[in-house]
Design a protein around this ligand. Structure first.
Ligand SMILES: Cc1ncc(C[n+]2csc(CCOP(=O)(O)OP(=O)(O)O)c2C)c(N)n1
Ligand SMILES: [Mg+2]
Length: 281
């Protein structure tokens, strides 16, 4: 790290900040979807606690210099959940919050899927599922080869794991003992229109990753303290890539959205929006 870079400093106890940011992100993301009449609020809400924990308790980055070489890399492989990613990046200071008002408008930099050529802080373009883990694996290999100190984190959906590219990368990461790589699985047990286990079952997911040579941790993906423990822990003596299975609830935080496949890309009417704002406090 050189003096040209002022990385964010996380407080000694980041939990109050993480809690505050996660709540703000849920409210702001839902307003974006309500106003744009587009988006994926169910998957935003299952992922927001993970993103808030990463950006406000774990990652090293400098929002003024998004390409800083020493930054930790975060790849949002479930690229449809832009409500979660864009609110995290705005809250982290990569761009002004009022840019969020342009979400999915013509000419906006805030597309339905994130584009690194438009928006500072987006590590790589995603949206077509199944690409984030291969890219993250490549970045982690580069870090391993060069001895760079950064860590690489990637968040996938659980339905997304039905893409075979993930398993090729998982095999490579295990083989190469990519201890600098952390994969977080947003295990909300729902995909676009159905349960993962009814479509193309993943269980026992932990055993699958162990068999591919990964160290596996299971956490409540809405418990900030538990997330911070596993995501913020130093690599230490671990010699394997880390898979964190974050057990989550799609639509978490709004009573009528929780565990409902229809809220994958559901759009709230005014009454629903108002109820959500009353609940998200
Ligand atoms: C290759 C590809 N196929 C299909 C889609 C359309 N699609 C977008 S989200 C989604 C469901 C993803 O489910 P999951 O990964 O579990 O996401 P989450 O539940 O976190 O929203 C699908 C099929 C896509 N974006 N990319
Ligand atoms: Mg899912």
């Amino acid at each position: 790290m050189t003096s040209q870079h002022s990385t964010v400093t996380h407080p000694n106890d980041p939990l109050p900040m993480i809690r505050e940011k996660a709540l703000w992100m849920r409210r702001r993301a839902f307003r974006m979807v309500y106003e744009a009449r587009l988006g994926h609020p169910g998957g935003d809400f299952s992922a927001i606690d993970t993103l808030a924990t990463l950006y406000f308790g774990v990652l090293r980055y400098d929002p003024a210099q998004p390409a800083w070489e020493g930054r930790d890399r975060f790849i949002m492989s479930k690229g449809h959940a832009t409500g979660a990613l864009y609110t995290a990046l705005a809250a982290a200071g990569y761009f002004p919050e009022d840019w969020l008002n342009s979400y999915m408008q013509p000419e906006s930099m805030l597309n339905g899927h994130p584009n690194r050529n438009y928006l500072p802080g987006v590590e790589t373009n995603t949206g077509p599922l199944g690409h984030g883990v291969p890219v993250a694996t490549g970045i982690a290999i580069a870090g391993q080869v060069t001895g760079a100190g950064y860590r690489t984190y990637v968040l996938t959906g659980d339905g997304e794991l039905q893409e075979g590219s993930n398993w090729e990368s998982a095999m490579t990461a295990g083989h190469r003992k990519l201890r600098n790589l952390t994969l977080i699985v947003d295990r909300n047990r729902l995909q676009q229109g159905a349960e993962t286990e009814a479509t193309n079952g993943l269980d026992p997911l932990d055993d699958k990753f162990r068999a591919f040579g990964w160290h596996v941790e299971m956490v409540d993906g809405h418990d900030h303290a538990a997330l911070l423990d596993v995501l913020g822990a130093p690599v230490g003596a671990r010699e394997k890539p880390l898979c964190v299975i974050a057990n989550t609830v799609k639509g978490k935080g709004v009573s009528f959205m929780e565990n409902q496949a229809s809220w994958h890309h559901g759009i709230p009417n005014t009454e629903q929006f108002n109820i959500a704002m009353e609940e998200l406090v």
